[in-house]
Design a protein around this ligand. Structure first.
Ligand code: MD6
Ligand code: FE
Length: 220
């Protein structure tokens, strides 16, 4: 007879589960990106030297408080004419920088462990938050193929993620997202309204007074 000592140990009540369900087809993978965090952040510095962060203007004429840039074959942009995926950076006319392999591999690995094997993102939106920055409730619906999930990676300062419902008026749950957490969502949750509450001021060892979010999409 074999006896495995570890089978006898109860779950540590202080250790939260690594995978938390958020809704149907949506999960938070706690700390999933931590093993590559410094490589991701170095890549963000490199990418934003080529395609600088900027504050986009919404179709309604408001300047977004989140600063954004992109990498990959297409980048998400907004201006007075609307939202779109553009193969070029409108500020320079040049193609967006290619998606680094460490980005692509992480997104594929996260999607697979959330039940979406074979995720092949063609776009990565990079969001930068400073204290006070917020992102109001919205749906991600500019992608042609809504069967593919979205993979969202949080780095640096923690944030409060607002997770609503399929109607704008649904009251959102508040979910804490910390450095290295990855949210994967698709399926019945793909069009859920979501946002980020105003970022609290703090200092993070790797990013200072900044939160970085990477969202990977398959746009076509
Ligand atoms: C953010 N994220 O976490 C903003 N959208 O900074 C998003 O808007 C988002 O995290 C679609 C799917 C996952 C996301
Ligand atoms: Fe979004």
């Amino acid at each position: 007879m074999t006896f495995d000592l570890f089978d006898a140990l109860p779950a540590d009540p202080d250790t939260p589960p690594a995978t938390e369900p958020l809704g149907p087809g949506a999960v938070v993978l706690r700390g999933f990106a931590r093993d590559v965090d410094t490589r991701l952040l170095a890549a963000v510095d490199h990418l934003s030297a080529q395609a600088p962060f900027r504050h986009l203007i919404t179709p309604g004429g408001l300047r977004m408080s989140v600063a954004m840039t992109n990498c990959g074959e297409a980048g998400w942009v907004s201006d007075r004419t609307g939202y779109r995926y553009d193969p070029a950076d409108p500020d320079s006319g040049a193609p967006w920088p290619p998606m680094p392999e460490v980005f692509r591999a992480l997104a594929e690995r996260a999607a697979a462990s959330a039940g979406y094997p074979g995720f092949a993102p063609d776009a990565c939106l990079i969001n930068r938050y400073l204290p006070g920055t917020r992102l109001s409730l919205h749906q991600d619906r500019d992608e042609l193929d809504l069967r593919a999930p979205i993979v969202s990676v949080s780095l640096g300062l923690p944030s409060t993620f607002l997770w609503g419902g399929l109607r704008r008026a649904d009251k959102p749950a508040r979910i804490r997202l910390a450095h290295g957490d990855v949210v994967v969502w698709g399926g019945p949750s793909r069009l859920v309204f979501h946002g980020i509450a105003p970022l609290a001021d703090d200092d993070h060892a790797l990013t200072g007074r900044t939160r970085i979010n990477l969202t990977f999409r398959k746009t076509r």
